[in-house]
Ligand binder design. Sequence first.
Ligand code: NDP
Length: 332
Amino acid sequence: ALQVVLAKRPVGDVTDDCFRAETVTLPALTDGQILIRQRFLSLDPYMRPRMTELRSYTPPFELDKPLTGGSVGEVVESRNERFAKGDIVMGLLNWATHTVHDGKGLRKIDPSIAPLSAHLGILGMPSFTAWYGMKHICKPKAGETAFVSAATGAVGQVAGQLAKLAGARVVGCAGDEDKCVWAVREAGYDACFNHRTERDYGAVLDKLCPQGIDSDFENVGGRIFHAVFARLNNFGRVAFCGAISEYQDKEPMAGPPKMFTIVQRRLTIQGFIVSDHVALMGDFVNEVGGLLKAGKLKSRETVVDGLAKAPQAFMGLLKGQNFGKLVVKIDG
Ligand code: NDP
């Protein structure tokens, strides 16, 4: 099997030499184990903090061990009574073409419901994240303005569409013109600005959100968040989902000025981690699955071909080179 291990912990930007591809011979299965041929690997921003040694909500990746990620694969051999050859399973697996696994934490999926990669995106963790943050924290409604950063990413594209379906005016930002056009034409955003060409975020937000901002689904952090924070209305809500613009900083970024704003405007700023809310997965599947069936949700994904390209694709994710959910198709 081919696998990709963490060769070096990055300082600042992730570089090629942080990864090493290795060919390994997998051991024969023992009782309780299955052999999985992996089909799709999800690449996600949270993997960047896991590459460093700092304590976070998930433990760091280990040096010289395969990185792991949400994956979909096919059972090709089984000595575990819960799984049969041919089953399609999903769970946290190695960045590898094949993994020997004890089956714990794996979930069987029905391949007839949707393309396999959808279980890592529009029907999976990123979409659940968007749903949770919108439904339980942002709670947008008609007459309000909702803002979403990284508006066309795996999480953002769903967050924006849910806010629109809830009746709010929805404004976003994304890192290139095509993404902004898609956000407005396809995902129904009322406006989307390009954060790479717009220099004065305050001015553009004043123009696009003349009534201020009632809820912010925060994916990016940094300067974009500072500008949004200053424009939150009374009783504004922030679902703090991520801060991707800060993940590669060598020095921590300061917070927004004038924190007393939180008191003056009675703001709710809530960080959340989607895995704390798995009990709500059923509600998510009903609601978002229903919207998908009814053709009310659009989604984009970027598929990269071959495990060997995963490191490059991951570095691209941290620079905005993906459009929608980034997955690697694995042909092992
Ligand atoms: P995306 O599909 O949105 O991909 C990342 C995007 O972030 C890029 O395409 C790029 O979009 C944008 N980006 C990258 N670098 C920068 C930068 N320096 N400045 C501004 N924008 C940047 O990823 P996800 O949808 O999977 O994740 C979005 C956010 O949600 C991340 O912060 C992630 O950590 C967080 N997250 C949190 C979860 C939780 O449980 N709290 C669960 C899942 C994700 P563009 O071209 O538009 O700039």
